[in-house]
Write a protein that binds this ligand. Structure first.
Ligand SMILES: [Zn+2]
Length: 356
């Protein structure tokens, strides 16, 4: 009986150790019987998969951008719209903070330029409170209608200009993450030139859909971008790639990035129900010994719901779904650069390993 237990322990330990790729020598160097109990407990802790969880906030380009292109409906240079969306962002930030989370807030002009002009400190305040300040880059709003025909240098310059405005508005100099520019095949070259190294939220702006080849849990460094049709370089990991791409999680519908706007799909409640299912599916698929990520996006003014109880659908999701998983250790809050740093640490510890 004792031998049988020892065998099971050995098998478990070998599985764990080979999964981690470390410490094989330690197994043979200790008397199994005496060391078995604490080692198995330790192994169980190590073998629990953790899902890094985050929320992104996209601030859209409403009004004339810094590059002089008109964009969107409404104008952030008009104080009432800027104030209303600013209040929405702060309300959601308060809510997330109350659940011990921090968002990755992605801004662009004219929100940034309007903040600078009016002396509004919202982005600086959010940065001080620990939220990650990042770039949301609508290519047509900053490069014009034919943005895909523009050079890498022109893209790099426009991204840098947008990042400079974010720095001016927020005080943040280390801007690492961006979303947008998704149909430019040389996007990653342009972003690396601008000093950015973390990306996610790939969605075709024309169809509002995400190719399911980009869905999943494990980050990787893409070999190149896409024109929206050919994803072969995007899905091919390049260990020397300049940019870490964070997939959004285990989603099974290609319109998960836009379905929240569809009342036909059941509105906010149905969207958060789908988020819950996708989060649970992601937990199910999460792997110990790998970096697993899940995140979703909120826009200012979205999910307002009942004016007496605005954003209740977000509060409910955080309280009922996220908090218990954080308490049990299965989910950990992370900003997007924190997810990328976790992946870089995993890469360093597993040279040559397949990321996906
Ligand atoms: Zn956008």
């Amino acid at each position: 009986m004792k031998t049988k237990i020892s065998m099971i322990v050995l098998v478990v330990m070998t599985l764990i150790l080979s999964a981690c790729g470390t410490g094989v020598a330690a197994a043979g160097s200790q008397p199994i019987e005496t060391a078995a109990q604490p080692q198995v407990q330790e192994a169980e802790v190590e073998s629990q998969a953790v899902l890094l969880f985050g929320i992104g906030m996209h601030i859209e380009p409403l009004g004339e951008t810094a590059q002089g292109f008109p964009s969107g409906k409404g104008d952030y240079h008009q104080a009432p719209l800027f104030e209303r969306h600013g209040q929405d962002i702060l309300a959601v930030a308060d809510m997330v903070e109350a659940h011990d989370g921090r968002m990755t807030i992605q801004a662009q002009s004219p929100f940034t330029s309007a903040a600078i002009e009016s002396g509004n400190s919202i982005l600086a305040d959010l940065a001080v409170r620990g939220h990650e300040i990042a770039l949301h880059f609508h290519e047509d709003a900053h490069l014009g209608k034919n943005s895909s025909a523009r050079s890498v240098q022109e893209w790099c310059d426009a991204m840098k200009q947008e990042m400079m405005l974010i720095t001016q508005a927020s005080g943040v100099t280390d801007i690492r993450y961006w979303s947008g520019g998704n149909l430019y095949p040389r996007l990653f070259e342009a972003a690396a030139c601008a000093g950015l190294d973390v990306n996610s939220d790939w969605k075709n702006p024309q169809t509002q859909t995400t190719d399911l080849a980009l869905v999943g849990l494990h980050p990787w460094r893409p070999s190149g971008g896409t024109d929206g049709t050919d994803f072969s370089l995007f899905v091919q990991p390049d260990p020397n790639g300049a940019v870490v791409f964070l997939p959004e999680g285990q989603y099974d519908k290609n319109n998960f990035g836009s379905m929240r706007r569809s009342d036909a799909a059941g509105g906010d409640e149905a969207y958060f129900e789908y988020l819950k299912q996708s989060l649970y599916a992601s937990l199910e698929a999460a792997e110990a010994g790998k970096v697993n990520v899940f995140h979703f996006t909120i826009h200012p003014g979205e999910f307002r719901g009942d004016p007496q109880n605005p954003f209740a659908v977000i509060e409910k999701f955080l309280t009922e779904v996220v908090d218990p998983l954080v308490a049990s250790g299965q989910v950990q809050w992370a900003t997007f650069p924190q997810m990328a740093d976790a992946y870089a640490a995993w890469e360093a510890a597993h040279p040559g390993a397949e990321p996906r």
